[in-house]
Design a protein around this ligand. Structure first.
Ligand code: T4K
Length: 401
């Protein structure tokens, strides 16, 4: 549909006449609306924390603020402080965790529908990622598909709680026991998510599932420490090894016991984490409000499938009927409305150069990657903005159908 000249007022609702002489509304935002924005604590609180760090003259290497953050996280997640380790980002947390669990040289079954960091971390420690298909309902790795690929070379399975959706944790626990393979969750998106505990009544952190879980504390996540990563693990005796590996594997002044790395979280990161943790309930509630807005807005629009099963509302994925529609919505949201939704996770990892070798086809993952779009969701995004974005999407779809 071609358009008549558009009379625009900056930052206001613009009106113009379409080919059909109907008045249309173009709600273009003044400033770009990004898929996410980090929560920033009050600057004064950060400055006060900086004064303490200045007084300590201690910036990294297991400083006092880091230790406090470590304890606060253990409390929040209801796990023992001995079952937790902090890192300077999620990717290095994964690498160090994989190394500590001895995955080097083995095959590891994982999902192609994730961020590249999941498989990069495996490759970088010398493990061989093998990709299996996902479950269409959760978009997480399917235990059935994973089981079909288990061989005597398989050392572990790495499912991802994608968007904060809970994987079939019982299915994976069964595979772990049956085949003696480690289950390590990439829980980068799942901070704050809880599952039923062993008694089937109480709720426990999702980090207690499997042998190990990694939470990313990157600013694009609902809770962050500027950059950061957190491992929660079942076997508390691993903690010393993880602490060593994140510090060059220096065990004592005269001993270096392995090929470690520098993956330590510094004091400024820990300070940011502590301040954001104070606000976690408000961050979760805000996102819930945004999701309710999107969900209600798409109820009468079968062409957009609102898809959110996560408790923490980490992302807001929606599905379109086909690839062409998704691409059109993605492009027009940017060009016409100044809205920067993202195609998390497209392309599939198996289409990226380092992983193109994979012979296994993952039709469910491919179909979803082709149709998915994640909409802006973050603390501070107004519900009116989410409502307008939903209207923009409906307008784009109705114009061309
Ligand atoms: N496993 C999974 C499943 C993951 O999703 C990730 C990371 C990891 C492992 C690894 O964890 P980390 O090592 O990152 O802790 C972003 C993030 O960089 C990445 O952390 C995240 N997943 C991934 C899903 O998203 P990009 O390439 O999309 O980032 P970028 O720079 O385009 O930022 C996204 C949006 O956020 C932009 O619209 C800008 C906005 N933004 C970003 C930053 C950093 C801000 O407004 N402020 C900021 O400070 O990867």
């Amino acid at each position: 549909m071609s358009r008549a000249p558009v009379k625009r007022e900056r930052g206001r609702t613009d009106y113009f006449y379409s080919d059909y002489n109907m008045v249309e509304k173009v709600k273009r935002f003044d400033k770009p609306i990004l898929v996410t924005r980090p929560y920033l604590p009050p600057l004064d609180e950060f400055k006060t924390g900086l004064e303490e760090i200045w007084a300590n003259q201690w910036l990294t290497n297991n400083g006092p603020v880091l230790q406090r953050f470590h304890c606060e996280l253990a409390k929040y997640l209801c796990v023992s402080a001995t079952n937790l380790a902090l890192f300077n980002n999620g990717t290095l947390a994964l690498e160090v965790g994989f190394q500590a669990l001895g995955l080097a040289g083995g095959d590891v079954i994982t999902t192609p529908f994730t961020f590249v960091a999941t498989s990069h971390a495996l490759k970088r420690i010398g493990a061989n990622p093998i990709f299996a298909d996902i479950d269409p309902d959760t978009m997480c790795l399917s235990p059935k598909a994973a089981e079909r690929l288990i061989t005597n070379r398989t050392k572990a399975i790495v499912p991802v709680h994608v968007y904060g959706n809970v994987c079939d944790v019982e299915g994976f626990a069964r595979l772990g026991e049956k085949y003696g393979v480690k289950i390590i969750y990439d829980a980068a998106h799942a901070f704050g998510v809880k599952v039923k505990g062993r008694d089937q009544k109480s709720l426990v952190s999702i980090g207690t599932c499997g042998d190990m879980s990694m939470f990313s504390l990157h600013p694009t996540k609902l809770f962050h420490s500027c950059e950061g990563g957190l491992l929660v693990f079942k076997d508390a005796t691993l903690q010393k090894k993880l602490f060593d590996l994140r510090n060059f594997a220096i065990h004592s002044e005269t001993e270096c016991i392995d090929v470690g790395t520098n993956a330590k979280m510094n004091e400024l990161q820990a300070l940011m984490g502590l301040l954001c943790l104070k606000k976690i309930d408000a961050l979760l509630t805000w996102r819930e409000k945004i999701h309710e807005t999107y969900k209600a807005a798409f109820v009468d629009c079968p062409a957009v499938k609102y898809f959110n099963m996560s408790q923490n509302h980490a992302y807001c994925p929606v599905l379109f009927k086909d690839f062409e529609t998704r691409e059109r919505v993605y492009t027009e949201l940017r060009e016409r409305y100044n809205v920067f939704a993202r195609r998390y996770f497209y392309p599939l990892l198996t289409d990226f150069a380092p992983y193109i070798y994979s012979k296994v086809s993952c039709p469910v993952a491919r179909d979803i990657a082709d149709r998915i779009l994640t909409l802006p969701t973050y603390f501070g995004l107004e519900t009116e903005t989410a409502q307008t974005i939903a209207e923009n999407i409906k307008e784009i779809i109705s114009e061309r159908m």
